[in-house]
Design a protein around this ligand. Structure first.
Ligand code: ADP
Length: 198
């Protein structure tokens, strides 16, 4: 199974990605985590990534692809992946589609987790107050939400047009979100097997 999670900051991508990985047995590839690890490793590349993350700006597509591609190739080889936070721009989506084609695999679903902006902001500030990430401060949170709306938002119609979008209300307790994702996936995979979509 090959899935991707498309969601604004604070929607619970990481939590749901881990659960989906445990449920499916496939690797959870979290773009933000891999990029943070690369930032910690230092060097010119690491410093550039760290600067983008600190500002809440997206890391340039070329760097993201360089960091993410080996993980995707390896996971595809083992039968599947849960992409969390990648792709996040239209050029990344095109590159991910080309990569899948080259590997002879197909994306089964793009799970879109949505919630009102006040809910997302409240959650991120809550995480910050418990010693969260360096980019969980009010002005950087606002910027990340704006970047999502402007740059990642267009991926919602992109995957809708391709017939693989599964939209789930993320303004619910984590267990209900997981159940919503599983129900949406069952429906989507069933439709796809019976030739109902695409
Ligand atoms: P969140 O969704 O809460 O912002 P992530 O860990 O997914 O958390 O991302 C944190 C930061 O990592 C982003 O603000 C961005 O700087 C960088 N990042 C993560 N994924 C991508 C991506 N696919 N393309 C560009 N930058 C990314």
């Amino acid at each position: 199974m090959r899935l991707l999670l498309l969601a604004p900051p604070g929607a619970g991508k990481g939590t749901q990605g881990e659960r989906l990985a445990a449920w499916s047995g496939f690797r959870h590839i979290a773009a933000g985590d891999l990029l943070r690890a690369q930032a910690l490793a230092g060097g010119p590349l690491g410093r550039e990534i760290a600067a983008c993350q600190a500002r809440g700006d997206l890391v340039p597509d070329q760097i993201v692809l360089e960091v993410l591609t080996p993980a995707v190739v390896e996971a595809a080889d083992r039968g599947g992946y849960i992409l969390d936070g990648f792709p996040r721009t239209l050029p990344q989506a095109t590159a991910a589609a080309e990569l899948a084609l080259r590997l002879g695999v197909r994306l089964d679903a793009a799970i879109y987790l949505y919630a009102p902006e006040e809910v997302l902001t409240r959650r991120l500030l809550g995480r910050a107050s418990q010693g969260g990430r360096a980019d969980d401060v009010a002005d950087v949170i606002q910027h990340r939400l704006r970047v999502f709306a402007e740059t990642t938002g267009p991926l919602v119609p992109y995957y809708t047009e391709r017939g693989i979008l599964v939209a789930v209300d993320a303004d619910q307790p984590p267990d209900s979100v997981t159940a919503g994702i599983q129900a949406g996936l069952r429906e989507r995979l069933h439709l796809s097997r019976s030739g109902g979509v695409e």
